[in-house]
Design a protein around this ligand. Structure first.
Ligand SMILES: COc1ccc(C2=NN(C3CCN(c4nc(N)nc5sccc45)CC3)C(=O)[C@@H]3CC=CC[C@H]23)cc1OC
Ligand SMILES: [Mg+2]
Length: 366
C-alpha cells in the first residue's frame, strides 16, 4: 500500500514555510502554535511523520507501512479534543518534538535502541489522546465511568493507552503488523510504562528513583550514559517523557506564556463545573480567585525545577539552556505576583503608616 504520501505527511499550503519550520525541528524553542497553523491544524500527524520517517527513518526499521501509519495518526489526532485549551493535539505534538530533541543529545544517543526511541516518541504522541480536559481527581469525585473502569488509579493515563491500542487492533490502522511478535510485545510494554509515568501522582517517586540512578549512573569515558537493566533504561526514558510533558516553563517566554494561558483556562473550565456541582474547587481552578503567577512559581519551585535539575545532572552538559530559561521564566512570574490584598488593620490610617507596603518589602528583598 505505497500511496504517494505528501512530503510532510499532510497537504500544506506553503511548502517553503513548512520546510523552514521543519529545518528547526531539532531546536528547543520550536513554535508549535505556528506549526499547527502551517500544518493546517494537523500538528500531530505531520510531527509524527517528519520525526519518525524523515528525521529518524524508524518506520522502515520496523517494516511500518507509512500510509497505514499516517491513517492511524489521523485517527489519534482526531481523538484529541480540539475544544481543550491545553490537552489537545498541539500538546501531544509538543511533547513528541521536545522528546525528539532530548533523545538527539549525544549523551543519550546510541544509549537507547531504536525500538526504545520509537516507543518514547510514540508514547509522547499518544500520551493524552481523548483527554476530557478534566483531572483524575475530578473524574473520581464525580464517579465518572472512566474512574469506575480504572478503579481511581491513573484513570486518564490508562484511558489514553487503551484508546491508542484499541485503534491499533483495526486492520486498516494496524501499522505494527510488520513487527515481529517479540518486538511488538516489548514495544507495547514500554509505551504502557512510559504513558503511566506521565501521571502527576507518580512524580515524586519517579524523581526519587531518577536521583538514585543519577548518583549510581556511571557515565562512560565517552560521555555516554551507561544504563544496565531494563528498569534503569525505562526509568531514564520515563524521566525524559515526563519532563517533556511538564517542559512549558523551560521554553522561550512567549511560548511558555501561551501554554500557561491554555492550562489555566482548562483548569477554570473544570472549576466552573465543580462550582456548578457544589464540589470543592481544585487548586488553580477558581477563575473568581485567580492565582496564576503564584501557581506558576509554585509549580516551578516544587515540581518543574527539581525534575529538570536532576535531568540536567543526568544529561550534563545538556539541558543547561532549559535550566537558565526556567529561572528567567520564574522571575517573570515571581515579579508579577500581585500585592497581597490589604488586611483589615490597614484600614486604620495610623496602622497604615507603620506597614511597609509589600511591594517595598519585595524591592528590599531583590
Ligand atoms: C504551563 O503550566 C502548567 C502546565 C501543566 C500543569 C499540570 N498540572 N498538573 C498538576 C500539577 C500539580 N498540581 C498542584 N496541585 C497543588 N495542590 N499544588 C501545587 S503547587 C504546584 C503544582 C500544584 C495539580 C495539577 C497536572 O496534573 C497536569 C497533567 C499532567 C502534567 C502536568 C499538568 C500545570 C501548569 O501550571 C500550574
Ligand atoms: Mg496526561
Amino acid at each position: 500500500l505505497k500511496g504517494n504520501l505528501p512530503k510532510f505527511g499532510v497537504e500544506v499550503e506553503d511548502e517553503d514555510a513548512m520546510s523552514l519550520m521543519v529545518s528547526q525541528i531539532n531546536t528547543w524553542n520550536f513554535d508549535l502554535f505556528k506549526f499547527a497553523v502551517i500544518s493546517k491544524d494537523h500538528p500531530l500527524v505531520s510531527m509524527a511523520y517528519v520525526i519518525l520517517q524523515s528525521e529518524r527513518n524508524l518506520l522502515r526499521s520496523y517494516n511500518v507501512d507509512p500510509p497505514t501509519f499516517i491513517k492511524y495518526m489521523f485517527v489519534i489526532e482526531a481523538n484529541y479534543h480540539k475544544t481543550n485549551p491545553y490537552h489537545n493535539a498541539t500538546h501531544g505534538a509538543d511533547v513528541m518534538q521536545s522528546c525528539h530533541v532530548l533523545l538527539g543529545y549525544s549523551v543519550v544517543e546510541q544509549v537507547f535502541t531504536d525500538l526504545e526511541v520509537f516507543a518514547a516518541l510514540f508514547a509522547s504522541a499518544i500520551h493524552d489522546v481523548d483527554h476530557p480536559g478534566l483531572s483524575n481527581q475530578f473524574l473520581s469525585n464525580t464517579s465518572n465511568e472512566l474512574a469506575i473502569l480504572y478503579n481511581d488509579h491513573a484513570v486518564l493515563e490508562n484511558h489514553h493507552l487503551a484508546t491508542a491500542f484499541k485503534f491499533l487492533q483495526e486492520d486498516e490502522l494496524n501499522w505494527a503488523s510488520g513487527m515481529d511478535d517479540k518486538q511488538r510485545q516489548l514495544f507495547r510494554k514500554m509505551v504502557i510504562d512510559l504513558v503511566l509515568a506521565t501521571d502527576m501522582s507518580k512524580h515524586l517517586s519517579l524523581l526519587a528513583d531518577i536521583k538514585t540512578t543519577v548518583e549510581s549512573s556511571k557515565v562512560a569515558h565517552n560521555g555516554k550514559l551507561v544504563l544496565e537493566s531494563y528498569n534503569e533504561r525505562m526509568l531514564v526514558l520515563q524521566g525524559i517523557v515526563h519532563s517533556c510533558d511538564i517542559s512549558s516553563a523551560t521554553k522561550a517566554l512567549p511560548i511558555y506564556k501561551a501554554w500557561t494561558e491554555r492550562i489555566i483556562e482548562e483548569f477554570y473550565q473544570q472549576g466552573d463545573r465543580e462550582r456548578d456541582l457544589g464540589l470543592n474547587l481544585s487548586p488553580m481552578c477558581d477563575r473568581q480567585n485567580p492565582s496564576i503567577e503564584k501557581s506558576q512559581v509554585g509549580f516551578i519551585d516544587f515540581i518543574v525545577l527539581p525534575l529538570w535539575e536532576t535531568l540536567g545532572e543526568l544529561m550534563f552538559p545538556y539541558c543547561q539552556e532549559m535550566l537558565s530559561q526556567l529561572n528567567e521564566n520564574r522571575m517573570y512570574y515571581f515579579s508579577r505576583i500581585p500585592e497581597s490584598p490589604r488586611c483589615s488593620i490597614t484600614d486604620e490610617p495610623e496602622e497604615r503608616n507603620n506597614l511597609i507596603s509589600s511591594s517595598e518589602k519585595r524591592k528590599n528583598l531583590r
